[in-house]
Design a protein around this ligand. Structure first.
Ligand code: DGP
Length: 124
């Protein structure tokens, strides 16, 4: 689909929310959706997103606090149920410097069983 990748109409995650493309869902309620990442980086790798289209964390504010709070509040329970029982990492990539690919706020939840490694690659 063409158009501005930051816009809701062409946003791949909005299309998942609308049911226009399939996703392997772990949780859905009126505010948030959780689904497995299509390119998993670890045995457990799913995404938590607000259903509302918000391009980046820069664009989020107190109007989104309920959905953003739910994303954190649900992460542990969903991670445990998905098989990450001994720890996991949450990542929200933001903007160019944060290597954000999909411009709809999403939190990666990534977990073991093996440790997921250091937070960032050391440059020196
Ligand atoms: P990033 O924007 O770099 O934080 O990562 C975006 C993630 O979204 C990436 O790990 C792959 C995942 N992804 C992209 N398109 C789809 C899709 O259509 N379905 C699912 N399940 N995941 C997707």
């Amino acid at each position: 689909m063409s158009g501005d990748p930051r816009a809701a109409e062409s946003c791949i995650f909005c299309r998942i929310v609308r049911g226009e493309i399939p996703a392997n869902k772990l949780h859905e309620d009126e505010d948030v959706l959780a689904f497995h990442d299509v390119r998993p980086q670890a045995p457990v790798h799913f995404l938590l997103i607000p259903k509302e289209h918000v391009a980046t964390l820069y664009d989020a504010g107190m109007a989104q606090h309920r959905a953003l709070g739910k994303m954190l509040a649900l992460a542990g329970d969903l991670a445990r149920k998905a098989g990450a029982e001994d720890g996991f990492r949450c990542i929200i990539n933001t903007g160019r410097v944060g290597h954000q690919e999909v411009y709809h706020v999403h939190m990666h939840v990534i977990g073991g069983p093996d440790p997921v490694g250091p937070m960032l690659l050391r440059r020196r």
